[in-house]
Write a protein that binds this ligand. Structure first.
Ligand SMILES: Nc1nc2c(ncn2[C@@H]2O[C@H](COP(=O)(O)OP(=O)(O)OP(=O)(O)O)[C@@H](O)[C@H]2O)c(=O)[nH]1
Ligand SMILES: Nc1nc2c(ncn2[C@@H]2O[C@H](COP(=O)(O)OP(=O)(O)OP(=O)(O)O)[C@@H](O)[C@H]2O)c(=O)[nH]1
Ligand SMILES: [Mg+2]
Ligand SMILES: [Mg+2]
Lengths: 291, 293
């Protein structure tokens, strides 16, 4: 684990007299390996460690009697700062319904998270309506309908032949029936599929969502920067949900996504059940990434 | 830049970055760079020679991954082992499809069922994911598209019961090939891993050698966690091959290299899209080209 590794590293070096900048660089190469093995993107890790190095030298780690502890504290603080301050509430619109649009790659957990988010808001006194705008995946509508039943929420589905039209009608219904929140599930899509990214842009345009939530698989590797950046540039995302974090994925993708989009991680998915949604805490993820 | 001049430490660092960014992981990337360094010490590598050397080393590593395996899964491609329709073997060939949530199992089964059915085999799909909402409905659509039969249970039914019924039906109806879809599960969930072992035992009651093939489905965007997945799933069932999905995106799927190196599991199929035709038999050139695309 990181503390032991760096401790061991520095104590070996101190044996030769006082620490040099080269020693700190070497120690951080070790940290880089840990970050890469935790699936932090290569470039993101590089930039992150550059900041850490500047701080370490600046804070005179070289003169410290406990350099390992000091470097680790710097790494930890920088990670938490990068991952985003503590949890903030999802935005609400001035006029109801507040719309939340769920987007992301295939299989990342959007449909399940749509149900989880609805459940979460319902427990907090909201009246969320769900909308099934994935008309492409076999039985996707069935899936969201079942999910809706399981959490006691209504689902707008099968009201039109295109996702855009379903979205439009769902918002219309939410307004006319006085729902305060509308959560819209969409089909998984590749960020390199221009037609589908365009479709999503149109859906966003139609809905004016208060939040566009990028639902990302917690075990994503180096590619996380590519998809997150593309969704961010093409659509504009306002927040991230990192799913399947109940496994042993280290979650380095979170750092990459946060770094490249500048948007906060809102929630983590911690299981298949519809109550398995946790508000995001940077310190917990920082510990996990550092192993 | 790689392939511009001669191979020096700067270029090696660049190559390491390319490999790590392709999800090969630190250790495998370093190993590849070490082999490259050694080669260039024997004879200086310049320009295109660098790229060619990298490709050769990658192919070597991929090849090493599949040699020395106790189970010869390449029997599938061995013409002598082609199952002739009308050969009527006593029991059907059974394949389990396993993997973590959302990796592409159900979709891949649709594609595989279509592939073999097109070759004239009588295929049966067994819908043993009785847990996830609308999983059976989803697989049923694929069975219809591939024009193959499907055995289902009721939602919440015991998956073992569905496997039992499915295989019994396959035997009595002279089915050539059975694909068993299972629920997505995290490899860290002990109960769900035990459930897989139970499905294995149930299958053997009907077809003693089943499953003949166990495909672990890995999402092509997966990072180093893919190694942990392969290791843990391997502890429950002998994995005979990988299906790597979603390589029609920008991910390179490089994690198949460390998986192959550590566990000797070969890649069998590659998923390149959401349509029925979007599955190709694995070929090493595919990986090499993807990494340097
Ligand atoms: N263990 C675990 N499984 C999850 C989590 N979130 C979703 N899943 C599972 O992941 C799989 C995929 O979830 P879906 O909700 O269908 O994903 P999706 O993004 O809607 O998929 P597409 O619509 O095909 O793009 C399902 O088996 C879910 O039960 C989570 O936080 N933990
Ligand atoms: N682009 C692309 N999408 C794929 C590929 N394979 C599967 N998908 C999509 O990935 C999503 C998840 O696929 P499923 O087949 O439901 O995955 P699964 O492993 O059965 O999921 P669970 O049963 O919930 O664990 C669906 O939207 C599929 O269309 C592929 O090769 N390329
Ligand atoms: Mg979905
Ligand atoms: Mg499935």
């Amino acid at each position: 684990e990181l503390t032991e590794k760096l401790d061991g590293f520095f104590s070996k070096l101190k044996g030769r007299g006082k620490l040099t900048e080269q020693d700190v660089k070497a120690a951080l190469r070790e940290v880089r390996r840990i970050l890469l093995e935790a699936d932090v993107n290569f470039r993101v890790a590089k930039e992150f460690l550059k900041k850490v190095e500047e701080r370490a030298i600046g804070e005179e780690v070289l003169k410290s009697i406990t350099p390992a502890q000091q470097v680790i504290k710097i790494i930890h603080d920088e990670l938490i700062e990068l991952l985003g301050d503590n949890w903030t509430q999802l935005k609400r619109s001035k006029e109801p319904p507040t719309v939340y649009l769920m987007v992301g790659l295939q299989g990342s957990g959007k449909t399940t998270t749509t149900g989880k988010l609805g459940n979460y808001l319902k427990k907090r006194g909201m009246r969320p309506l769900l909308a099934a705008c994935d008309l492409q995946r076999p039985a996707a509508i069935d899936q969201l309908e079942r999910v809706g039943e399981q959490v006691g929420l209504q689902v707008v589905s099968r009201v039109a032949d295109t996702p855009l039209e379903v979205a439009r009608l769902a918002k219309k219904r939410a307004r006319s029936e006085g729902w305060d929140t509308l959560i819209v599930d969409t089909a998984g899509r590749l960020h390199v599929d221009d037609a589908l990214m365009e479709e999503l842009a149109q859906i966003k345009e139609e809905l004016h969502p208060a939040e566009v939530l990028f639902v990302a698989d917690g075990m994503t590797g180096q590619d996380a920067v590519n998809s997150a950046q593309a969704f961010s540039e093409r659509l504009g995302i306002t927040g991230v949900v990192l799913t399947k974090m109940d496994g042993d994925a280290r979650g380095g993708a979170a750092l990459s996504i946060r770094h490249v989009t500048g948007q906060p991680i809102r929630f983590t998915g911690m299981g298949e059940k519809l109550d398995a949604l946790e508000e995001f805490h940077p310190s917990r993820l920082a510990d996990r990434i550092l192993g | 830049a790689v392939g511009a001049g001669k191979l020096d430490e700067d270029v090696l660092e660049e190559i390491e970055e390319i490999l790590i960014t392709a999800d090969l992981g630190v250790e495998t990337s370093m190993e590849l760079c070490e082999r490259l360094r050694k080669r260039s010490q024997v004879k200086t590598l310049v320009g295109d020679e660098v790229l060619i050397a990298i490709q050769e080393i990658l192919e070597d590593m991929l090849e090493e991954n599949t040699s020395g395996r106790p189970v010869d899964t390449d029997e599938e491609d061995d013409p002598e082992n082609e199952r002739e329709i009308g050969d009527s073997p006593a029991t059907p060939h059974v394949t389990f499809i396993i993997g973590v949530n959302g990796s592409g199992k159900t979709t891949s089964i649709g594609k595989l069922a279509n592939y073999y059915s097109r070759q004239g085999e009588k295929v049966l799909i067994v819908a043993a994911d009785t847990f996830r909402s609308a999983a059976v409905e989803q697989l049923s659509v694929w069975a219809e598209r591939a024009d193959v039969e499907i055995t289902r249970g009721v939602t919440g039914a015991d998956p073992g019961a569905v496997v039992f019924d499915g295989l019994q039906s396959a035997v009595s109806r002279g089915i050539d090939r059975v694909f068993v879809d299972t629920a997505g599960r995290l490899h860290t969930n002990v109960n769900l891993m035990r459930e897989l072992e139970k499905l294995d035992r149930v299958a053997k009651k009907i077809v003693p050698d089943a499953p003949h093939e166990v495909y672990l489905v890995i999402d092509g965007t997966t990072g180093q966690n893919g190694i942990s997945q392969a290791k843990r799933f391997m502890e429950s069932l002998p994995i005979t091959g990988l299906i790597v999905t979603k390589l029609d995106g920008t991910a390179k799927g490089g994690v198949i290299l460390p998986i192959g190196r550590e566990l000797k599991i070969p890649v069998k199929w590659i998923g390149l899209g959401e349509g029925m035709e979007d599955l190709v038999p694995y070929a090493p050139e595919f990986v090499v080209r993807a990494i340097f695309a």
